[in-house]
Design a protein. Structure first.
Length: 328
């Protein structure tokens, strides 16, 4: 018990310091801010969800005492709650009737077969948290779409601070375009960083031998078929206007990032038989990082096509490779 409390306090302090570093304004503080859930996720996977809950509560109380209740609430919503819940889902499982024994990451001993919580559903939870935190951030700027847009525009114009009247018009157009994509862009960043934090936390915990489940085959991750319906509905709501459209853009961005991850899973699967697999995958990731928009659209399209036509299953069947796990 004392070890759990010590780990919880350490993880909470580390997470709170990383979250609070954003007030310094330094460039490196942005990286620390986005990695703030990592210590609590490691604590949740290695020492149990209660450890992360205690650490998150201590960190939230400390931040509230130093910076006020709003800062504490932002930490709990954006960092502590996702870290605790996602870490709990990673360790969630039920006895499996027909499966071979599995080895634990902690001791390597054979354990009774377990059906672990599907990675696809964990991705859905990540999307929910990303959409929730992004929407909450926008609601701090106003209660309707026009107020939120005006506040964002004034803030960006203040940052740009163009004095030349001739260039002010062009700058205003660029600011308007940037304001229009901020909700979706913020949701994309939240979805990406939360997924990356969970993967890093699982890697750290598995490397230390504390992960109490086998390492999953990530490229076999699938999404429930109903997510295609949810995506189509979210995209259609983007055109209704006002606050519902802004919220729909946030949800759509999170769902698109899920299918982008499925697209990368397809690329990892169809390159299994290539000799220069690492070079091909590295080139794809480099192109996505350098140019992003059109490459990520292509990857999303691959993910959606896989959900409709089962590209991975067809490829594995054609090449006589072991099949992927059934759809979650």
């Amino acid at each position: 018990m004392m070890m759990t409390l010590l780990v919880a306090a350490t993880a909470g302090c580390a997470s709170a310091l990383m979250f609070a570093s954003i007030v310094s304004g330094a460039l490196v503080s942005l990286l620390l801010f986005y990695l703030a859930p990592l210590p609590l996720m490691v604590a949740s996977m290695g020492w149990g969800p209660s450890c992360a809950a205690i650490g998150g509560a201590l960190a939230g109380a400390s931040l509230g005492h130093m910076f006020g209740p709003p800062y504490s609430a932002a930490f709990v919503l954006a960092v502590a709650l996702p870290a605790w819940w996602l870490g709990r889902l990673v360790l969630l499982g039920r006895p499996a009737a027909d499966a071979p024994p599995q080895e634990t990451q902690r001791t390597g001993a054979a354990l009774p077969p377990v059906d672990w919580y599907p990675l696809g559903r964990i991705l859905i939870w990540i999307a929910c948290f990303a959409a929730l935190t992004t929407a909450a951030m926008l609601f701090t700027l106003g209660s309707n779409a026009s107020t939120i847009t005006d506040t964002l525009r004034r803030g960006l114009m203040h940052i740009v601070d163009v004095q030349d009247a001739a260039s002010r018009g062009r700058t205003s157009e660029l600011v308007d375009a940037f304001v229009a994509i901020i909700p979706a862009g913020a949701a994309t960043i939240a979805m990406t960083t939360l997924t990356l934090n969970l993967w890093l936390a699982a890697k750290v915990t598995a490397t230390s031998g504390l992960l109490r489940r086998p390492w999953p085959d990530i490229k076999a991750t699938t999404l429930p078929p109903m997510m295609l319906v949810a995506t189509a509905l979210a995209i259609s709501l983007c055109f209704v206007g006002g606050l519902p459209a802004m919220l729909a853009q946030i949800v759509t961005a999170c769902l698109m990032m899920m299918y982008a991850l499925m697209g990368f899973a397809v690329l990892h699967t169809i390159t299994l038989t290539l000799q220069n697999r690492a070079l091909w995958l590295g080139s794809v990731y480099a192109v996505v990082l350098l140019f992003f928009f059109w490459p990520i659209i292509a990857v999303i399209s691959i993910g959606i096509a896989d959900a409709v036509w089962g590209i991975r299953q067809r490829y594995l069947a054609r090449h006589m490779l072991p099949p992927l796990a059934p759809k979650s």
